[in-house]
Design a binder for this molecule. Structure first.
Ligand code: CP
Ligand code: NVA
Length: 300
């Protein structure tokens, strides 16, 4: 059986919980192994990346493997070689694909036509690897995810969709405040509702933030949305995470952001640089969460 990771819904609660605990343990142990010795994993990135690329390349090396980094610019992907052909060719060479792309269907096509594990390193729809690190960060800070109120403030983007999926498989309480017209994907919302997620959607960021243990936000313009004139400052400004919003949250609340951040837009400098800011742990946890993920995928 080939294990893929395209969405958090690939995991049930027990699997996700075990992986988060394993990631915390690996962090504590500064874990290294030879699990991936002799294996090569290709990273195919159609969008820019600092954290995801470096944390995957480092994690794979910590597990004894090697990496290849590819972009459309210097490969035939940029000249429209069909994905289904790329999937079959890459499957003959390497042992796994970590892919950052636009449409979620690109990942699904690679799975359908290839014969090696595929990991979603961000799509327009979802960012599940970031969520594993974020959930790990929440669990590290509060010792549990059980009924922890988590707020999502701002754009209903790939991160927001993945938080909804997180609430579907894990027992967090998710409160989302998004501007009108920038809600999460309705299909993801419906799936979360059908899957029994504990979540609410509101237009009032203070309502979502009140008493929350973690306040999450993200950029107003995601990769690929540059030039979308509807993403106006006036629409998003009421959703800026500022000191007043943090004051409404729980007294031990943390601020979270997947990074890169735009200070003065979705978050103020004072919140971003405050003691409540957990952003560096979040970034570090990408490495540990992905090590646990790679171990899970390549142990079968
Ligand atoms: N958070 C995140 O995915 O960052 P990069 O775009 O730098 O990989
Ligand atoms: N929502 C952002 C996340 C970046 C890590 C984007 O897709 O650009």
């Amino acid at each position: 059986m080939t294990r893929h990771f395209l969405t958090l819904l690939d995991f049930d609660r027990d699997t996700a919980s075990a992986l988060l605990d394993r990631a915390i343990q690996m962090k504590r142990e500064r874990f290294r192994s030879k699990l991936l010795e002799g294996r090569i994993i290709a990273l195919i990135f159609e969008k820019a990346s600092t954290r995801t690329r470096v944390s995957f390349e480092t994690a794979i090396r910590h597990l004894g493997g090697e990496t290849l980094f590819m972009t459309p610019r210097e490969t035939q992907l940029g000249r429209n070689e069909p994905l289904k052909d790329t999937a079959r060719v890459m499957s003959r060479y390497v042992d796994g694909l970590v892919v950052r792309t636009f449409g979620q269907e690109v990942l699904e096509e690679l799975v359908a036509w290839g014969s090696i594990p595929v990991v979603n390193a961000l799509s327009d729809k979802l960012h599940p690897c970031q969520l594993m690190a974020d959930l790990m960060t929440v669990k590290e800070r509060f010792g549990t995810l059980e009924n922890i109120p988590v707020a999502w403030i701002g754009d209903g983007n790939n991160m927001a969709n993945s938080w909804l999926e997180a609430a579907t498989i894990l027992p967090i309480e998710l409160r989302m405040a998004c501007p009108e017209g920038f809600e999460p994907d309705p299909l993801v919302v419906d799936a979360a509702r059908d899957g029994g997620a504990n979540f609410m959607l509101t237009r009032d960021p203070m309502q979502a933030a009140a008493g929350a243990k973690a306040i999450n936000t993200d950029v107003w313009v995601s990769m690929g949305q540059e030039g979308d004139d509807s993403r106006m400052q006036s629409v998003f400004e009421p959703f800026q995470v500022n000191d007043a919003m943090m004051a409404a949250a729980a007294s031990d609340a943390i601020f979270m952001h997947c990074l890169p951040a735009h200070r003065g837009e979705e978050v103020t400098e004072s919140v971003f640089e405050s003691p409540a800011s957990a952003v560096w742990d979040e970034a570090e946890n990408r490495l540990h969460a992905q090590k646990a993920l790679l171990e899970y995928i390549f142990s079968v």
